[in-house]
Design a protein around this ligand. Structure first.
Ligand SMILES: [Fe+2]
Length: 221
């Protein structure tokens, strides 16, 4: 349990119904049709967190002195199963405009919204990561969320010599370390797999250790 903690949080953090988020992700689903043609993301990042995440959940974070910055919504349409060999190994980064440089994102809190078998994997990778071109215009979300790559941009699977260091089946709301190489496999029973990933102001918890400390009251023992 080095790279994750399950959290005592509602099973679904959304306000109202699931239909809202499904509609919202429609454009994300459409993007999937272009994955093979070079679309670089299949998620949306929403900064109007209060419109989607329930006040109860937001209150909890406020009490912990953590300000939600945005959440990423992922949708995988008509893909019921993706294994690690189909995924892009990466760690999470965002483009810090002031520094004009990539900064790693230390953690996320994730919810799986559809039934299925999702496994988060963390790896030790023997090669240095590559970073997207900072000026790329087809990465519209880069100031919020992007990812490193290994070997070549968009490369799926794992480089030779990569070692699995930890994995966990996601069975509830989970804090995950996102600043080291990771990849997620899933085998969903739904036709579209949805999940959301809540991210916080960088300065509120700029490291994994800081996140653990702030979220301590929520950690499932
Ligand atoms: Fe990630």
């Amino acid at each position: 349990m080095n790279n994750y903690r399950f959290l005592n949080l509602p099973k679904n953090p959304l306000i109202n119904n699931f239909a809202t988020i499904q509609n919202l992700l429609k454009s994300s689903e459409d993007n999937l049709a272009r994955v093979g043609a070079g679309a670089q993301h299949n998620y949306e990042c929403l900064t109007n967190v209060k419109d989607f995440i329930s006040p109860n959940v937001l209150d909890i974070f406020q009490q912990l002195d953590l300000r939600p910055k945005f959440f990423a919504c992922f949708a995988k349409k008509n893909i019921s199963k993706l294994s690690i060999k189909d995924r892009q190994l990466h760690y999470d980064i965002f483009l810090d405009k002031k520094k004009n440089d990539w900064v790693s994102i230390p953690f996320a809190i994730n919810w799986e919204l559809t039934p299925g078998h999702t496994v988060f994997h963390w790896y030790d990778v023997p090669v240095e990561p590559g970073f997207p071109d900072k000026d790329r215009e087809d990465l519209p979300l880069k100031e919020l969320l992007a990812g490193t790559y290994y070997q070549s941009p968009g490369q799926r699977g794992l480089p030779n010599g990569t070692k699995l260091i930890e994995k966990v089946q996601v069975t509830g709301p989970i804090l995950v370390k996102t600043s080291i190489p990771h990849s997620v496999s899933f085998d969903s029973t739904a036709s579209t797999r949805y999940n959301i990933s809540l991210r916080f102001e960088f300065d509120d918890a700029p490291s994994w250790e800081a996140a653990l400390k702030k979220l301590e009251p929520l950690i499932v023992k």
